[in-house]
Write a protein that binds this ligand. Structure first.
Ligand SMILES: C[S@@+](CC[C@H](N)C(=O)[O-])C[C@H]1O[C@@H](n2cnc3c(N)ncnc32)[C@H](O)[C@@H]1O
Ligand code: SF4
Length: 463
């Protein structure tokens, strides 16, 4: 793999702010005119027209015992475990309401528990959650689904790992972020190495299909050398997948981030070197760079899916499953069903109040137009497969690619000149440098971005 470098002028030009495209249109386009009726109509369309397409379920458990200063997730800080009891009662009612909307033949191919900290709830509560789910949805019992849970190693004993496997989970994703003690202190997440390693070991002992870990680069006090040492330790622990997130610093949106000392953050230039060096280090260790922030072992199904053009992207990042309709439950969660996105209310009070009335706790959403669907497909292709085949898109969407995207193709010319991509007669190929700047490339195809920027919407830095 060749060295990736940008001139100072290119660095400044490309180091803008932009969305991470876990959805298109992005969540800022969701609006409150979208109602429960719109969501129910989408569920009905998906039952009628998609030949019992499998489902993906997501549960959001928002609670965290302590707050990491960098965190941009939807979470609620509390030490009161009783809060989970009330929350699960409401979640169970949401499961009942949602379960009625879908054909029972539709198999749950994917299930994901995210947070906050899913292991804030006990193993007994987790068992009831699975039992409740199986009463209202068609869960797989053959261990062939992708049933995953986010684990905070500080909140999960090896016994709990074994319990999760018994319940039916077969994938773990662990929050690690950085092994360096100074960095951990600066972000208020003290996590002794031993906790991380024993959790990975417990996952292996209990025959989990896959262990994935989250790291973040761009955190305070990180240096090129310190992060390389963190990666070495991580590589030694041998996870199947590594997510290497670019720290999204938006202190005006995420209050705890105001406790981070900005003078201690690595510079944009250093971050680019850290990421570049991480790609080298991980590929030397046998990982494939999937794209954006994801790496997987060469023999992992994710690497194979990318090779075969079968990789997808959803709110949980990359996924190897053919696209399912995603039914997301719990505060702030986002569903994607047929051609709509629908997001739940963000506070517990609003959530409990809607559920008490027997309503779905939808706050906002969007029904995608034909143009949205086309651009969504293009952005997904770029993020997952790093190429666009014009004729395949023309066939699928009944358009003439070059005239439809005349403006976009012309805007891509400077990226072609800078070596980010190759524009051919009938296709577009992203080069390695372009993979690092894939958000910039996707931004060209985003029809909403200009207006969002004019409206003062702020996104995280691309580099
Ligand atoms: C919901 S959290 C993980 C689960 C669990 N709460 C934990 O911390 O171990 C999902 C992941 O998002 C990533 N993350 C959180 N805030 C971030 C930020 N500001 N920028 C980049 N990644 C972030 C972290 O790597 C974190 O592990
Ligand atoms: S990173 Fe995880 S544990 Fe830390 S505050 Fe965010 S959700 Fe909670």
């Amino acid at each position: 793999m060749s060295e990736l470098s940008l001139t100072e002028e290119q660095f400044n030009r490309y180091n803008t702010s932009g969305p991470r495209y876990t959805s298109y249109p992005t969540a800022i386009e969701f609006h409150e005119k979208f109602t429960q009726k719109d969501y129910e109509a989408a569920a009905e369309r998906s039952n009628l027209h998609t030949q019992n397409k499998p489902l993906s379920l997501y549960y959001h458990i928002p609670f965290c015992d302590t707050i990491c200063f960098y965190c941009a997730c939807n979470k609620i800080a509390t030490k009161d475990r009783n809060k989970a009891v009330t929350y699960l009662d409401a979640l169970f009612k949401e499961i009942e309401i949602q379960g009625k909307l879908y054909n029972n033949e539709r198999i749950v191919d994917q299930l994901h528990l995210g947070g906050g900290t899913p292991t804030f709830i006990s193993i007994e509560q987790m068992q009831s959650l699975f039992k409740k789910t199986s009463e209202h949805f068609n869960l797989r019992t053959d261990d062939k689904g992708e049933y995953s849970i986010e684990i905070d190693p500080r909140e999960c004993s090896p016994e709990m790992v074994a319990g999760l496997r018994d319940i039916g989970f077969n994938r773990l994703s662990l929050g690690v972020q950085d092994f360096d003690a100074r960095v951990q202190k600066a972000v208020n997440r003290i996590q002794p190495d031993e906790l991380t390693f024993r959790t990975i070991e417990a996952a292996r002992d209990n025959d989990f299909h896959s262990v994935s870990v989250d790291l973040i680069y761009g955190l305070p006090l990180q240096t090129i050398d310190s992060f390389s040492a963190t990666l070495d330790k991580m590589i030694n622990a041998d996870p199947d997948r590594i997510s290497l997130f670019n720290y999204a610093h938006l202190p005006h949106v995420f209050k705890p981030q105001r406790r981070i000392n900005e003078d201690e953050l690595p510079s944009g230039e250093d971050k680019l070197i850290i990421f570049n060096q991480s790609i080298q280090q991980l590929t030397n260790a046998g990982y494939v760079y999937i794209g954006m922030d994801h790496f997987a072992k060469a023999d992992d199904p994710m690497a194979a899916a990318q090779k075969n053009g079968q990789l997808h992207r959803n709110f949980q990042g990359y996924s190897t499953h053919a696209q399912c309709d995603m039914v997301a439950m719990g505060v702030s969660s986002i569903s994607e069903v047929n051609n709509v996105y629908s997001q739940n209310v963000k506070t517990l009070d609003e959530y409990y109040s809607a559920i008490e009335k027997g309503e779905l706790p939808i706050q906002k959403g969007i029904t995608l137009s034909d143009d949205d669907m086309l651009r969504k497909h293009i952005i997904e292709q770029l993020m997952c497969n790093f190429k666009l085949d014009y004729s395949a898109i023309e066939k699928q969407f009944d358009i003439d690619f070059k005239s439809y995207f005349e403006k976009e193709i012309s805007a891509l010319q400077s990226m072609h000149t800078d070596g980010l991509l190759e524009i051919n007669e009938n296709s577009l190929h992203i080069k390695l440098l372009g993979r690092l700047l894939i958000r910039n490339i996707c931004m060209i195809f985003d029809a909403y971005l200009k207006k969002a920027q004019q409206d003062g919407q702020r996104f995280s830095k691309v580099i």
